[in-house]
Each structure stands twice: as structure tokens, then as C-alpha cells.
Design a protein around this ligand. Structure first.
Ligand code: ATP
Ligand code: MG
Length: 554
């Protein structure tokens, strides 16, 4: 299906109607992360949606840091977020900070006070909670709600001036203590917090609450379509109330289902726990659901964008199979990955009738890409092959190497196993083989047909490599809804390190960040830990979906 034929999602329908009716001449969206952690794949969904809509309809998207909570926020997170959005392939129109609006937001709060629509409340948080009522019983308004605008103004200014300790007073919007929507029962819009902010320093000791700051930041930026996740549906009346009573730009909020994915967690709070408790090696651990983790693991940005497009925009919460993301990764990497050979668990092959020192063979970089070119692969008398590609007593239909049996070495020759060399304990030390000189790939005149093709590396030319194999970080599908603590469900075998692998020499010269398919092994990328003396690779994804097979086997 071309994109024109694809049916519109409900947000696109709204936007097209707004543009057709002339309600808006163009659209402006925003991506509003709180800089209190690294972005994860759920954020990618929101990024692809917000930036994608603006691109589709010729509008623009702001990157706005929702930094109204001084305690949990940090510039490290700001930098990582900017880096991740860029890496995903998007450019924001403006880089903005809710904290830049603190003066304007303060002035707006004073407006509400002057209109008799906000009051300073001295109650403790317990008292406020008790007076709030329950969803079935109305709340009670306390005496502080009777303060005059002048009194409230003086008190609010004193709050700002730092005259009260944390928690001594709050500013509340005066809306409706009997509303069936608890969020409208005189919600707190400002609180006292004597804390240093990562951008405004010690300038403020009162900070706006999310609902007030978020909606009004949208209005200040003239956001036309403010897209958020479903848990904000009950917040929408408050969002609209603030806009109406402050008479600010009529931004509109629309909600879609947040992305949940199998075998992982996505809340920043939980991801932070995994980092702090050293269950993973940092935010960019390749097993994490973070964008930086996925990047380090080798997931291409294009695959993540494709995944976000494919899952669409749902109005009901659901759980997406991580297998779909891996499918998108494989599809992309199949087109772009350079084919290389790496032996993970080596066993030596000695070609007894090979008399040259070595020769330079060539092998294609990517059979999917006609312009992919070739690389040189050295061949010599002593080679490494995979231990599991040899069996001394093979069953029928075993097409790999066995005594007296022939296989093709990829892009090289057909070899035959003549003798198994063992040590005193009976361990296999090497395989003595012969090769068929006329069977050279590309000019094979041997007339011999073999069914098995093996990957291999010339022993004299091999580079030492460490290979890190990743599996799902959790053992259960729906981690958020599984019984007990989420950490009870950690998969203890999510990382397997193979330190004695041998890689073909071309890998020493390939640029970092380049995607590889190690023949018969999977897709890989160099890890930043890699160095010329020892290459380190992360397995991005297996060639096929091994997990699906496991599940079927039961
Ligand atoms: P978390 O719950 O993981 O801590 P958050 O919603 O608090 O995430 P924010 O930084 O506030 O994180 O989110 C920035 C934007 O990303 C918001 O618009 C939010 O709705 C969106 N977002 C966050 N998580 C998801 C998700 N799983 N699916 C879709 N959008 C998401
Ligand atoms: Mg949040």
C-alpha cells in the first residue's frame, strides 16, 4: 500500500478537518519529554507521531522540555534526549523549556487569583486529600477558599519570595469540589519547593504543577494539536478550563494509547531502577528499551520508525509483540548489513594438500545489493570453522562436516574431512582435510555438488573478537502486569559473552556503526568497547525468530 492509500488514523482525520474548515492554516505539534531519564521506545512512538504529522501536513514540531520538577531533572538527560531525537531522524523547529515560561506562568496564576479563580490553601496534603471526597462523595471546600483576591495575591507573592517552607501552602484553582472528575476538585497548580533547578538555579522556590504548566506551555507556543497518551483523558477538562479562563491560545489535547511492548519495561522509574541497581550496565545497555540501548545494540533508526508506523495509532491500550520490532530490524538490516564471517567456537581445519602460503579470495558484501561490492577474504592452509559444524558420528542427512564427508567453505573451496586428530583425552584438536582445487567458488569445474556451506576464517589472518549475545531482559510477556515485583521476572541469561571468537580481517577496517550479518549467526554491530586488539560485537538480532520456535515447542 502506498501512503496515499493507507486509511487515515483518527488524529489525521481531525487535522484534515481542521485544515479544511480553516480552523487552522497550518499545524504545530510538540514532543514534550520530562528530562528525568533517557528516552525509550514508547517515546519513539510519540516522536514519530508528532514529527510525522507535522511533516505530512507541512507544519512544525517543537521539542519542549517539560522541566517543571526541579528534583528529578538533569542536563545529562536533556543532552541524551536531543541526541536521540536527532538520531531518529527528526529536526525540531524550536528547542524550548517549560522553565523558560516560569515568569509567564506566574503571571497567569496571578490572573486567576485576581479573577477569584485561584486561592492559597494552608492545609496539609493529608487535609487536602481528606477534604477532596471520593469519586462517589463530593468534596468539601475549606475556609481558605474564602480568601479575597487581594489576600491571595499577597500570600502567593510571599510564597514566591521564599517566606514559607516546603508544603506550608499551595495555590489551588477554584473549580468545583463536587465534580465527578476528581481532577477538577480545586486542583493544586503551584507548590513550594526549595530546590535548585537545572536551568533556573535558585530563582524559584515555587513550581507550577504539570496540568497548569503543560497546557499553558502549549498555548504559549500556539500548539494546535497537543497529542498525549490515554491516561491524560481525565486531565483534558482542566486543560480546557485553564485555556478558557486565561483566554489563551486554544490548543486542543488528543489522546492515543501508549505503546506497551512484550518482555520489557518502559517506565523511566523502572528503567532507572535497573540502572541504579546495576541489573544492566547503564541506560544504553543493549538490552534496555531505551533508544540509546537500541542504538548501541545496532537497531537502525529506520527500523524503529517503520515499527512505529506499522503499529499505528490506537485508542485502546494494547501490548505489542517485540517480535514485530525485531522483524522491522531484520528487514532493514537485510538490505544494509555487510556480510562477514566470524567463528564463535573455533575448531582447527588443516588442509593437508594446500601448498600455497595463502591466497586472496573475494566474497560479496551483500547479495541483496547489486552495488554492494566485494571484499577480500584470505584463505590459507589452516582455518577455523565452527565446532558445531563438525560431527564425528553424524545422523543421516547431516550436511555439514563429518569424517569422509564434503562441504563447501563459503566463497572458497569444497573440502573433505580425512582424519580427526585427538589428544590423549580424546578431545578433538584438529581436522585434517583435503581441498578440491577445481572447486573454487565462481569458477567451479569440479562437478561435485555438496549440500552444506560453512563459514570459516583463515587462522593466520584472524582477529580476536568478543561477541555479546543478548536475549530478552524479562522472562514474562506482560512484565507490567505480572505478579510480584517486576525485577522478579528478570531473565538471568539475557547476556552471554563469547570471548574467544575469530573474525575475518575485513572487520578490522569496517567503520564503527556499520551493520553486519555474520553468516549463519545473525546481525551484529561493533560495540563502543571495541578496540583494534580485540573487536567487540553486539548481536543486534538473530537471523530468524528463535523465540517464536521456543514458544511453539512449549
Ligand atoms: P514514563 O511513564 O515512561 O516515565 P512519561 O510519560 O512520564 O514516561 P514524558 O517524558 O513525560 O514521559 O513523555 C514525553 C512524551 O512521550 C509524552 O507526550 C508522553 O505521552 C509520551 N510517551 C511516553 N511514554 C509513551 C509510550 N509508552 N507510548 C507512547 N507515548 C509515550
Ligand atoms: Mg511524565
Amino acid at each position: 500500500m502506498s501512503s496515499e492509500e493507507k486509511s487515515l488514523n483518527f488524529i489525521e482525520e481531525i487535522i484534515e478537518a481542521d485544515l479544511a474548515s480553516g480552523k487552522h492554516q497550518s499545524i504545530t505539534t510538540r514532543f514534550p519529554p520530562e528530562p528525568n531519564g533517557y528516552l525509550h521506545i514508547g517515546h519513539a512512538k510519540s516522536i514519530v507521531l508528532n514529527f510525522g504529522l507535522a511533516l505530512k501536513y507541512g507544519g512544525s514540531t517543537n521539542l519542549r522540555f517539560d522541566d517543571t520538577n526541579p528534583v528529578t531533572e538533569d542536563t545529562e538527560y536533556v543532552e541524551s534526549i536531543k541526541n536521540d531525537v536527532k538520531w531518529l531522524g527528526f529536526n525540531w523547529a524550536l528547542e524550548l523549556y517549560a522553565s523558560d515560561y516560569f515568569d509567564q506562568l506566574y503571571a497567569m496564576a496571578l490572573q486567576l487569583i485576581d479573577k477569584g479563580l485561584a486561592y492559597v490553601d494552608d492545609s496539609t496534603s493529608e487535609e487536602i486529600a481528606a477534604q477532596k471526597g471520593t469519586p462517589t462523595t463530593p468534596g468539601i471546600r475549606n475556609i481558605y477558599a474564602e480568601r479575597t483576591p487581594a489576600e491571595n495575591r499577597t500570600l502567593f507573592e510571599a510564597m514566591k519570595a521564599g517566606e514559607f517552607p516546603d508544603g506550608a501552602k499551595v495555590l489551588r484553582a477554584k473549580i468545583d469540589m463536587e465534580s465527578p472528575n476528581m481532577l477538577l476538585r480545586d486542583p493544586i497548580i503551584y507548590r513550594i519547593k526549595h530546590a535548585k533547578h537545572h536551568r533556573t538555579g535558585d530563582k524559584w522556590c515555587i513550581y507550577p504543577m504539570y496540568d497548569f504548566a503543560h497546557g499553558q506551555s502549549d498555548s504559549i507556543e500556539k500548539i494546535t494539536h497537543s497529542i498525549c497518551t490515554l491516561e491524560f483523558v481525565p486531565h483534558r477538562p482542566l486543560y480546557d478550563w485553564c485555556i478558557e479562563n486565561l483566554n489563551t491560545f486554544p490548543s486542543k489535547q488528543y489522546e492515543f494509547a501508549r505503546l506497551n511492548m512484550t518482555y520489557t519495561v518502559m517506565s523511566k522509574r523502572k528503567l532507572l531502577q535497573l540502572v541504579n541497581e546495576k541489573i544492566v550496565h547503564g541506560w544504553d545497555d543493549p538490552r534496555m528499551s531505551t533508544i540509546s540501548g537500541m542504538r548501541r545494540r545496532g537497531y537502525p533508526a529506520a527500523a524503529i520508525r517503520e515499527f512505529c508506523d506499522r503499529i499505528g495509532v490506537a485508542k485502546r491500550d494494547n501490548l505489542i509483540d517485540v517480535g514485530l520490532l525485531e522483524f522491522c530490524v531484520r528487514e532493514e538490516l537485510n538490505k544494509t548489513a555487510l556480510r562477514r564471517m566470524v567463528v564463535f567456537d573455533p575448531i582447527k581445519v588443516i588442509i593437508t594438500n594446500y601448498t600455497q602460503a595463502s591466497e586472496a579470495l573475494t566474497s560479496e558484501n551483500n547479495p541483496e545489493n547489486p552495488n554492494g561490492g566485494v571484499r577480500t577474504v584470505p584463505f590459507s592452509k589452516e582455518l577455523w570453522i565452527e565446532r558445531e559444524d563438525f560431527m564425528e558420528n553424524p545422523p543421516k542427512k547431516y550436511f555439514r562436516l563429518a569424517p569422509g564427508q564434503m562441504v563447501r567453505l563459503k566463497s572458497a573451496y569444497i573440502i573433505k574431512c580425512e582424519e580427526v586428530i585427538k589428544d590423549d583425552q580424546g578431545n578433538i584438536m584438529a581436522l585434517h582435510c583435503t581441498y578440491i582445487p577445481e572447486s573454487k567458488s565462481g569458477s567451479d569445474s569440479s562437478g561435485i555438488h555438496v549440500k552444506g556451506t560453512l563459514h570459516w576464517v583463515s587462522a593466520a589472518h584472524a582477529i580476536q573478537a568478543e561477541v555479546r549475545l543478548y536475549d530478552r531482559l524479562f522472562k514474562v510477556e506482560d512484565v507490567a502486569n505480572a505478579e510480584g515485583d517486576f525485577k522478579d521476572h528478570i531473565n538471568p541469561d539475557s547476556l552471554q559473552i563469547i570471548s574467544g571468537a575469530y573474525a575475518e580481517p575485513a572487520l578490522a577496517n569496517d567503520p564503527s556503526g556499520q551493520a553486519f550479518q555474520f553468516l549463519r549467526k545473525g546481525y551484529f554491530v561493533q560495540d563502543p568497547d571495541s578496540n583494534p586488539a580485540k573487536l567487540v560485537f553486539n548481536r543486534t538480532v538473530t537471523l530468524k525468530d528463535a523465540w517464536a520456535k521456543e514458544v511453539k515447542k512449549g
